[in-house]
Design a protein around this ligand. Structure first.
Ligand code: SAM
Length: 312
């Protein structure tokens, strides 16, 4: 298939809504426009003038949760009608939304926080619009991942944004396996009640690493903690994580992580290391495999070392 320009600048300022305001005309296709409007991730001031204006001017706002977005909209005196558009109706609502757009209505999609389409609904609607030749414009603004990455102190020159790891075990294991070799900085999202388990899994899969835990960005209790998986896990033995988190993980470096692990693990005995893994819920065989991996040994060697330690 040849290259095709899906939307282009057609000479006037905004398509759809503003065309009508400025010169009374519509865009060339006579159909409406979908705007993806980024909203704050905490601090209500983190929204652009353009975003507020578009939300005021469109015919309809599609909100992930109309009650949550209601607070933002009333803060800015936006009275545009809203309708829900979320994970559970994102397919069933597509036809009606597409016909509105085709009738010439302009719609703005917002999510509970940040940029629509980034770990939030939007992708399917955008793909359907692109397919039909309906114009889509992103109105840029907050993204938790970028806010965290740029303020973390870990290089953001190259990064892999994984957002939430897949929930299904097999897919999750596969992603963790891929991340093991990842040399770019890794950026993950996680809910507070799953953070500890995630850090344990990452520690097991990647070995100990430098990380930055970015919590409650742009909010009153914003906090960025430069730490490691092992140190963070130790801390969360006594306190539970609270608030929203982005986890920034240093990529695999030449100064290889496994070498660092070897040094660290050599400070304790194989038995002690086994105990750590088994306390974290690993079966004995799995724990032996992990010990072997971290120390650059064969599983058999770990087995023999454990036998020997038992005999002495
Ligand atoms: N669309 C959003 C964006 O542009 O970043 C992401 C929505 S996703 C459903 C929610 C996740 O984003 C949270 O679980 C957390 O990992 C992260 N997040 C959102 N707001 C945050 C904040 N203020 N501080 C830290 N993490 C945040």
């Amino acid at each position: 298939m040849g290259m095709r320009i899906i939307f282009g600048w057609k000479g006037s300022f905004e398509k759809g809504i503003s065309n009508r305001m400025v010169d009374g005309s519509r865009n060339e296709m006579n159909s409406g426009v979908l705007y993806l409007v980024a909203t704050p991730i905490g601090n209500l001031e983190d929204i652009t003038y353009r975003a507020v204006r578009i939300l005021q001017e469109v015919d309809l706002i599609l909100a992930e949760d109309t009650r949550t977005s209601g607070k933002l909209l009333s803060h800015y005196g936006i009275k545009t009608p809203t309708t829900s558009y979320h994970e559970h109706n994102k397919f069933s609502k597509l036809p009606v939304l597409l016909s509105k757009l085709e009738e010439g209505k302009s719609l703005a999609l917002i999510s509970d926080a940040g940029t629509p389409g980034i770990s939030d609904p939007g992708e399917e609607l955008v793909a359907a619009c692109v397919e039909k030749g309906i114009e889509v414009y992103a109105i840029p603004g907050a993204v938790a991942a970028i806010c965290a990455l740029t303020s973390s102190g870990i290089s953001g020159r190259r990064f892999a944004f994984e957002a939430f790891l897949p929930k299904k075990k097999k897919k999750r294991q596969q992603v963790l396996h891929e991340l093991k070799q990842e040399t770019r900085t890794i950026v993950l999202y996680e809910a507070p009640h799953h953070l500890k388990a995630l850090l344990e899994e990452l520690m097991d899969a990647l070995g100990d690493r430098n990380i930055v835990l970015c919590r409650e960005l742009t909010k009153r209790y914003e906090e960025k903690t430069k730490t490691t998986f092992s140190e963070a896990l130790q801390k969360y033995e006594t306190v539970d994580p609270r608030g929203e988190y982005v986890v920034i993980i240093e990529g695999k470096t030449e100064n290889d992580v496994e070498n660092r692990d070897n040094r660290q693990w050599n400070d304790i005995t194989i038995e002690e290391q086994m105990e750590i893994y088994m306390n974290r819920g690993l079966e004995r065989g799995e724990a032996m495999k992990q010990v072997a991996k971290m120390r650059g040994l064969r599983k058999r060697e770990v087995y023999e070392a454990l036998l020997e330690a038992k005999e002495t």
